[in-house]
Design a protein around this ligand. Structure first.
Ligand SMILES: [Cu+2]
Length: 300
C-alpha cells in the first residue's frame, strides 16, 4: 500500500507537467504539441484549468482502480488464498463505494456548471459580430451605424497542392508579401480576418447558410455550432494582441478543412483604422440572390 500512495502524487505531477511543458504557441498550433494552445482569454484559462484538474482526477482514479485490481488478483489468487472466506456483505465498504463517487461527481459538476454559465453570459458585450458559415468559407457581418458591412473570409492561397506552388501562384496574382501565409500558417490563414479590439467583450452570433459548420478559436476557449436557421452565440474578451487561428469544426462537406477562421486582435487605438482598411479591401454587398433555392410546390 505504501508504494501505491507514493505513485498517486507522481501521476498527478506527470499529468500537470504535460500541461505546461508542451503548451503550444499563442493563436496557432506547434509541431508536436500535446497540450492546449496558449490561452488568450479568461474563458480559455478557466476551460484549460478545468480540463487539467479533471485529467489529474481521472489519472488518480485509473491508477487507484488498476492497483486495486492487481492487489486483489495477487492476494486472493487460488495459490495465495486456497480457502476463500464466504461472506457476501460489508455495510461500511458499500457505503464508502457509494458515497465517495457521489462526492467526486458533485466536485466535478459544480465547477463545470459554473463555468458553463460564465461562458453563456453575453451581457454587456461592447461589440457584436455575426459569423455565417457557407460551403466553404465564413463571412463576418459588422453593424456600423445601422448599416450591415459584410466581410467574406476565404482561405488564403486555396487550390494549390504544395506550399511552393501556392507562393508562386499568389505572387503571379500580385499578392502583397504580407498576404502570403508562412508554411506553418498555410491552410490556417484566411484572406480577410475578423478584426476585434483587445480587452473588449465581443459577442459573436453564429449561424450557417447551407449546412452545419462550427466556429471556434482554441486560444479563446470558444466553440459553437453554426446551424442554418438558428442563431447561436458566444463571447470572448482577448487580453493579448495577436493573430489567432481556428478551423471549421463540424464536418460540412468536401472542403470542410479549407474554411479557416482568422481573428486579428488589435490595440484599441488602432482598431478604427484597421477596420476601415479591411472594409475598403474586403467588404462585399450581400444583396445578391440566395445561393439555395427554396423548393417550389407549384403544380401545372
Ligand atoms: Cu464548415
Amino acid at each position: 500500500m505504501a508504494r501505491l500512495t507514493a505513485a498517486l502524487p507522481l501521476a498527478a505531477l506527470i499529468a500537470l507537467g504535460a500541461g505546461t511543458a508542451y503548451a503550444a504557441g499563442l493563436g496557432q498550433p506547434d509541431p508536436w504539441q500535446l497540450g492546449y494552445q496558449e490561452p488568450a482569454t479568461d474563458i480559455a484559462e478557466r476551460v484549460q484549468n478545468a480540463s487539467w484538474w479533471l485529467h489529474v482526477l481521472a489519472t488518480v482514479i485509473t491508477l487507484f482502480v488498476t492497483a486495486l485490481l492487481a492487489y486483489v488478483c495477487i492476494k486472493f489468487s487460488a495459490k495465495n488464498n486456497p480457502t476463500p472466506s464466504r461472506f457476501t456483505h460489508n455495510t461500511a465498504i458499500e457505503v464508502i463505494w457509494t458515497v465517495v463517487p457521489v462526492v467526486i461527481l458533485v466536485a466535478m459538476a459544480y465547477p463545470s456548471i459554473k463555468l458553463l454559465y460564465y461562458q453563456e453570459n453575453v451581457e454587456e458585450s461592447e461589440l457584436t459580430i455575426k459569423a455565417t458559415g457557407y460551403q466553404w468559407y465564413w463571412d463576418y457581418t459588422y453593424n456600423v451605424d445601422g448599416e450591415d458591412i459584410v466581410i467574406e473570409s476565404l482561405m488564403a492561397g486555396k487550390g494549390y497542392s504544395t506550399y511552393d506552388e501556392m507562393v508562386a501562384g499568389m505572387k503571379e496574382n500580385e499578392a502583397e508579401p504580407e498576404e502570403i501565409p508562412s508554411e506553418m500558417e498555410w491552410k490556417l490563414a484566411a484572406d480577410a480576418p475578423m478584426i476585434v479590439p483587445v480587452n473588449t467583450k465581443v459577442r459573436v452570433n453564429v449561424t450557417a447558410a447551407d449546412v452545419m459548420h462550427a466556429w471556434t478559436v482554441p486560444s479563446f476557449g470558444v466553440k459553437v455550432d453554426a446551424v442554418p436557421g438558428r442563431l447561436n452565440e458566444l463571447w470572448f474578451e482577448a487580453t493579448k494582441v495577436g493573430r489567432y487561428y481556428g478551423q471549421c469544426s463540424e464536418l460540412c462537406g468536401r472542403d470542410h478543412s479549407y474554411m479557416p477562421i482568422m481573428v486579428d486582435v488589435v490595440p484599441k487605438e488602432e482598431y478604427e483604422a484597421k477596420f476601415k482598411e479591411m472594409v475598403e479591401k474586403y467588404a462585399v454587398r450581400k444583396d445578391r440572390p440566395a445561393k439555395v433555392k427554396v423548393a417550389s410546390a407549384e403544380v401545372e
